[in-house]
Design a protein around this ligand. Structure first.
Ligand code: NAD
Length: 541
């Protein structure tokens, strides 16, 4: 062990590259994209450092070009899940006792691989697998992922530096042990960065993990795993298995060494998993940590003093980038009658100007939604809106899945503030707007607060500071990430720690010290410097 208290490099957010026409990054990335589009890769699971091929193959197809196969992955069964748990537990002793700075070195190296030599590959994989535009891939797969890794290393040292006071005659210390057992990381399709962060944040703190990604994100998960291995992550620390969620849950939640769940995905799946954990509580050696970031019904509220162009732009970007498939995407909006004509005009013009198509053409603002199930669900919401008397489709409303799962950006105006699409998460390019009378600003705050089960993100637009203050206070529990004069998407690690409350999750704020605290079990050590040698206290004399 070195005789030194090391400090780590100060974390700085990765610069988002522009990919503007003629830039070197643009031609490099598009070349990588075309190359990967033309290949059919074989994607194994990773268990105990081994590449595992079950022979039971499933296809990876780009959502915007679903007739094309870009890879085949090996589907796992019961034995693979069991092997992954065993491999994780076998790695626990050496990994959890490895000096923290060695773990830091691995993940700092992973960050530099992501932002350096792997930047094009991880961005191209995200464009292909999840149909993200160049810009959406860059802010997610390259920048946010590198940020998670670098900031988490810094936060880890801040946690370790927190030490108790010591009165005279004693020395008190706190060590931040890993959890005893293994972590299950269950990740969503929509962010490559989140997929990488959910297993690696606990691993950084000394834990071992089984990682189950979403089926539609396997292709980019495979690139993440390649980076972790290249960074020197020891065998068995993170084990990547592609298998049925219910099967994984069944085996993991009955295991006595299950120590924690790190989940991001829908509210209904999270609630189901929490129930499973509860039902099996008597089996576990310790109380498992449960961290879940889930759905949203995110709002934009405009005050009569707001600027119409700013409000409309926040809707165009906040509701439709990545086809509205961000948990933070604006999906309900409240606009005062006095401002509505201008907002409507600007928004409808914007939406009509959107280009939609393959991410291989960087001039497209929107691409396809993730899969057929999602496509059908969103299309059914569109048909529902078209059929209702209290709603009107202002723009969009078309969809076509012949080549890719393309759905037009759709804006619906409703006269019913409790219209179904004002309340339920749709997870697609679908924004519903309720126009309120200017005089009803105050009631509108209450309405927003009680309309949905979620409380993830929300935004207020106003040039009147009293209104900003009132909305901030009255909507204190309506969003875990609240924006003033900004769209409700685009949280940056280290700057806007992310997570919501109510039905939106446990609000453990990914990309902050609060999240890492869930993956440690502190041990307090008290040492008495000169122990007493006589039991009699002075007062007994
Ligand atoms: P999903 O709930 O369908 O899937 C998430 C993961 O859970 C996937 O890996 C899936 O295979 C797995 N899963 C599904 N059923 C399971 C079961 N019975 N047992 C174990 N695992 C199971 O979500 P998704 O479609 O991948 O992602 C979209 C959802 O994620 C949206 O609701 C969105 O709001 C949410 N999300 C939230 C945040 C956040 O930070 N709050 C971030 C991203 C996405």
């Amino acid at each position: 062990m070195p005789n030194a208290l090391f400090s780590v490099p100060k974390a700085v957010n990765e610069t988002v590259l522009s990919y503007s026409p003629g830039s070197p990054e643009r031609s490099r990335l598009l070349k990588t994209y075309e190359k990967m589009l033309g290949e059919e890769v074989d994607i194994p699971m990773f268990i105990g450092g081994r590449e595992v091929r079950s022979g039971s193959l499933r296809e990876c197809r780009p959502p915007h070009d679903h007739q094309r196969v870009i890879g085949r992955y090996h589907w796992g069964g019961k034995e693979h899940v069991e092997q992954a748990i065993d491999a994780a537990l076998a790695a626990h002793a050496s990994w959890s006792s490895m000096p923290w700075f060695e773990r830091a070195g691995i993940f700092l190296r992973a960050a530099d691989l992501v932002s350096g030599p792997y930047r094009d590959k991880i961005n191209a994989a995200t464009m292909l697998a999840q149909s993200k535009t160049v810009h959406q891939a860059e802010i997610d797969a390259a920048c946010e992922f590198a940020d998670f890794l670098r900031f988490n290393v810094q936060f880890m040292t801040e946690i370790y530096a927190q030490q108790p006071e010591s009165s005279p005659g004693m020395w008190n210390r706190m060590e931040y042990r890993a959890l005893e057992g293994f972590i299950l990381a269950v990740t969503p399709f929509n962010f490559t960065a989140i997929a990488g962060n959910l297993p690696s944040a606990p691993a950084l703190m000394g834990n071992v993990a089984l990682w189950k990604p979403a089926d539609t994100q396997v292709y980019s998960a495979w690139v993440i795993m390649e980076i972790f291995r290249k960074a020197g992550l020891p065998d068995g620390v993170i084990n990547l298995v592609y298998a049925d969620g219910a099967l994984v849950g069944d085996l993991v939640f009955k295991h006595p060494d299950f120590a924690g769940l790190h989940f991001t995905g829908s509210t209904s799946v999270f609630k189901h998993l929490w129930k499973e954990v509860g039902a099996n509580i008597d089996r576990y050696k310790a109380y498992p940590r449960i961290v879940g970031e889930t759905g949203g019904k995110d709002f934009i509220l405009a005050h009569p003093s707001a600027d119409a162009a700013e409000v409309a732009t926040s809707m165009s970007r906040g509701a439709f980038e990545f086809q509205g498939q961000k948990c933070s995407a604006a999906s309900r909006a409240y606009v005062p009658a006095s401002l509505w004509p201008q907002v409507k005009q600007h928004l409808v013009d914007d939406v009509k100007s959107f280009k939609m198509g393959s991410p291989g053409d960087p001039s497209n603002f929107m691409t396809a939604v993730i899969d057929e199930r999602s496509f059908d669900k969103i299309a059914s919401f569109i048909e529902y809106a078209k059929s209702q008397k209290d709603a009107e489709v202002l723009v969009g409303g078309g969809y076509d899945k012949s080549k890719g799962y393309f759905i037009e950006a759709t804006v619906v105006a409703t006269t019913n503030p409790n219209f179904r699409t004002m309340c339920e998460e749709i997870f697609g390019p679908f924004l519903t707007i309720f126009v309120y009378e200017d005089a009803r600003w105050s009631e509108t705050l209450d309405l927003i607060n009680r309309t949905s089960e979620y409380a993830l993100t929300g935004a207020v637009f106003s040039r009147d500071r009293y209104a900003v203050d009132e909305a901030t206070r009255r909507l204190a529990f309506a969003a875990g990430n609240f924006y003033v004069n900004d769209k409700p998407t685009g949280a940056v690690v280290g700057q806007q720690p992310f997570g919501g409350a109510r039905g939106s999750g446990t609000n453990d704020k990914a990309g902050s010290i609060l999240n890492l605290l869930r993956w440690v079990s502190p041990r307090t050590i008290k040492e008495t410097l000169v122990p007493p040698a006589d039991y009699r206290y002075p007062f007994l004399g």
